[in-house]
Design a protein around this ligand. Structure first.
Ligand code: NAD
Ligand code: GLY
Length: 374
């Protein structure tokens, strides 16, 4: 099925065009072990690698070896692992390390890990001394296809996901596809949710390709993963290049996220993986699109089957035994896309594009109940 020519020695580059904040996403296997991957970064005397207790034993020394020629001092700070730790307390661990170890406003931060480490490191970089350079070295599929690109950084608040953060672009994104070899299957599936996302909202040809290559992706066929990462980054770069700060178009990248964030917050951060919640959320958003007459049942079934084929849940969890849809609705009213209390959903039209619009609460409640039913 896979017809791409990329192999282990191929490096692909996707450019993200944001004027003076432009940068390149490098994609290839083995980049972590190549000092050349980290050349031409801003000059600085020190670097701080931010990682977590799971990823550091696997990759930190390799990253250190590759960057140490560029900095007199390379230090590290390790965060506890998991979405439940995407908090002020963890963020403060980064600031504590930066301040207590003589870092300055040129110190370069390296985010080595998945989306949680990347989002927190980016936020720390945005805030420390009012902004220091940072480099994303994503090691999950989800981070390589989405979170490391585009400059959204944040921590969670108990009342809502990613509620406190900043737009702050990295200097470079270095996606070493070989790091995906150690990713647990459940995390690979979670990353596939964000790959699937790009099809219905932007590229039906890519949706066809994902359907045809799901088996290759799940069995980590290198050229399939390389294509998925590259095409996802290309689509994201195109969208972010037009609307960096989400004044309009960029909202389409949140397909499935309004329902998904409610699942994550409602279940307690970490109970459902972000990608699992987004996968299920995309089915719910497509169901709502169908109820509004934007897509037919066949398209809904197509999205549902693909999410299922990725190994992701398609039935939504019950968040409250007494008032389930009420609980979903109240969580979704906190969504950043809500406008004057009106929830706005990213809905698909079946032609490879998406719209942002509201829907009557009663209809949304029906979709929630239908999605939670057995
Ligand atoms: P994660 O960062 O929690 O990583 C998933 C798990 O895999 C963790 O346990 C991690 O330690 C482990 N891991 C990471 N790399 C590994 C490797 N190579 N081998 C073995 N284990 C590895 O989760 P994620 O799915 O990468 O990211 C989810 C987060 O990203 C959420 O907080 C979400 O809000 C955020 N996100 C942000 C954006 C954005 O635009 N900024 C976009 C999408 C998602
Ligand atoms: N992941 C959504 C965005 O970057 O806008």
């Amino acid at each position: 099925m896979v017809t791409l020519s990329s192999d282990k020695s191929t490096i692909q580059h996707v450019h993200i065009d944001l004027g003076e904040r432009s940068y390149t996403i490098d994609i290839g296997a083995g980049l972590l072990d190549d000092p050349g991957s980290f050349a031409r970064l801003p000059k600085a005397s020190s670097a701080m690698i931010v990682s977590n207790t799971t990823v550091a034993p696997l990759y930190l020394e390799r990253l250190r070896r590759s960057i140490q020629a560029h900095y007199a001092v390379v230090q590290e700070v390790l965060l506890p692992d998991g979405e439940a730790y995407k908090t002020w307390e963890s963020l403060n661990l980064i600031f504590d390390a930066l301040l207590s170890r003589a870092c300055d406003r040129k110190t370069v931060l390296f985010a080595l890990g998945g989306g949680v480490v990347g989002d927190m490191t980016g936020f720390a970089a945005a805030a420390f001394m009012r902004g220091v350079p940072f480099v994303q070295v994503p090691t999950t599929l989800l981070a390589q296809v989405d979170s490391s690109v585009g400059g959204k950084t944040a921590i969670n608040h108990p009342l809502g996901k990613n509620m406190i953060g900043a737009f702050y672009q990295p200097q470079r994104v270095i996606c070493d596809l070989a790091t995906l070899d150690t990713l647990p299957d459940r995390e690979l599936s979670a990353g596939l949710a964000e790959v699937i996302k790009y099809g219905p909202i932007a590229d039906l040809g890519f949706l066809d390709w994902i359907e045809a290559n799901m088996e290759a992706l799940r069995s980590r066929e290198p050229s399939a993963l390389a294509h998925a990462v590259r095409r996802s980054c290309e689509i994201k770069a195109e969208v972010v290049g037009q609307d960096e700060r989400e004044s309009g178009l960029r909202a389409i990248l949140n397909f499935g996220h309004t329902f998904g964030h409610a699942i994550e917050a409602g279940m307690g951060y970490g109970a459902w993986l972000h990608g699992e919640a987004v996968g299920c959320g995309m089915v719910m958003a497509t169901r709502l699109s169908a109820r509004l007459g934007l897509v037919d049942q066949a398209f809904l079934l197509r999205v549902q089957r693909l999410v299922e084929a990725a190994g992701l849940p398609v039935r939504a969890p019950v968040l409250d035994e007494k008032d389930n849809s009420g609980r979903y609705l109240s969580l979704m009213r906190l969504d950043k896309k809500a406008d004057a209390g009106e929830i706005r959903f990213v809905l698909v039209d079946g032609s490879g594009s998406a719209v942002l619009r509201g829907a009557p609460d009663a209809l949304v409640a029906e979709v929630i109940e239908e999605s939670c039913g057995t």
